[in-house]
Design a protein around this ligand. Structure first.
Ligand code: FDA
Length: 306
């Protein structure tokens, strides 16, 4: 219920103005976001790599309705990729980027989003790294998978994201569990109707396990994106028989850092999803929706400033 209210607020422009305009302490946002500038993103990447972790960087922004804004997002990725390469942080999959198609024009025109995604993929290849296309709400799933198919014709290393809460996802896993196919499996972070998505957490978890079985048994490269201790343990069991490095764990910046380190110390590939930039509102609201304790933390910080 609370989750639904917060997720609805994440799409409400009035609430957005209120929250994003509040004199938030940097500390609240900084728990989940590495900073606003590309320097922050690069610094965080270097620090995580020092600890044996790998990184996927997300230049924050979504739901873009202007081609100029989409172009600015692409350029931000190009700058980021050049900086990462110049600092020696790419190569051997150590730092890649995650892109939301709605940030590069999907709501304006799918072919614009595809062309913009291709520009980022080209720059990523030049920087010796890869791109993963984030998955957004279910109205964009078909379009995102179509863009993925097109982009993979030239850049087969492009990663996909599938959301276990959607009824369709087990079938999508079967389609995508092919040789060389990088697939991030997450639970799903948006408010979705019962017609397309499981609503009860236990149903989502069961779907996650079914999907993970398909991916782990397939020929692709599964990317296990969850902080859920049970799912992390199940992934470990399902990965028996696969060599370390033929799959990876992924977690969000600021969430369960000790677990990230524990897995990395055990020789697993662990990728931390690191968002940066000033368009943090939608991302922050989804993190608050996932855990009521985060909301309490957030409201306390707001109250202490009013
Ligand atoms: P769950 O929410 O059940 O959390 C399990 C435990 O993890 C909690 O008990 C708590 O300890 C900890 N935890 C989880 N979330 C927390 C939070 N916000 N704050 C503090 N602790 C928290 N979604 C999507 O729709 N499209 C996408 O492209 C992506 N991409 C993506 C990349 C990566 C690397 C990750 C890890 C996740 C995503 N997600 C996503 C988000 C995903 O769908 C999901 O909403 C979150 O990962 C939370 O689900 P968990 O699997 O962690 O389980």
């Amino acid at each position: 219920m609370l989750r639904d209210v917060i997720l609805a607020a994440s799409r409400d422009t009035h609430v957005k103005r209120l929250v994003a305009g509040a004199p938030l302490s940097r500390g609240v946002v900084r728990r989940f976001v590495s900073g606003e500038a590309v320097d922050d993103a690069v610094r965080t990447t270097a620090a995580l790599q020092q600890s044996g972790l790998t990184v996927s960087l997300d230049h924050l922004g979504e739901d873009t309705l202007e081609a100029g804004q989409a172009d600015a997002t692409v350029k931000a990725y190009l700058v980021l990729l050049e900086r990462l390469r110049d600092e020696g942080l790419t190569g051997q999959g150590r730092a890649e980027v995650s892109v939301k198609l709605t940030a590069v024009g999907q709501a304006i025109d799918r072919s614009l989003a595809r062309d913009n995604a291709l520009r980022v993929c080209e720059a990523a290849l030049a920087a010796d790294t890869t791109v993963t296309l984030d998955m957004e709400d279910h109205t964009t799933t078909d379009s995102t998978l179509e863009v993925l198919r097109e982009v993979r014709q030239d850049f087969p290393q492009t990663g996909a994201v599938l959301q276990a809460y959607l009824h369709r996802t087990e079938a999508d896993c079967r389609d995508l569990a092919t040789a060389g196919s990088r697939v991030r499996l997450c639970k799903g972070a948006y408010k979705e109707p019962a017609s397309v998505a499981y609503q009860r957490p236990a149903e989502v978890d069961l779907s996650y396990v079914r999907c993970l079985k398909v991916l782990m048994a397939g020929e692709g490269y599964p990317m296990v994106a969850s902080h859920d201790p049970r799912l992390v343990a199940i992934a470990g069991a399902l990965a028996q028989g696969r060599p370390q490095g033929s799959y990876e764990y992924q977690m969000l910046f600021g969430i369960r850092p000790l677990e990230q380190q524990r897995l990395a110390d055990a020789g697993e590939t662990v990728r931390v999803y690191v968002p940066y930039g000033d368009e943090w509102y939608g991302y922050l609201m989804r993190r608050l929706a996932e855990r009521p304790a985060n909301l309490v933390f957030f409201l306390r910080a707001l109250a202490s400033r009013s």
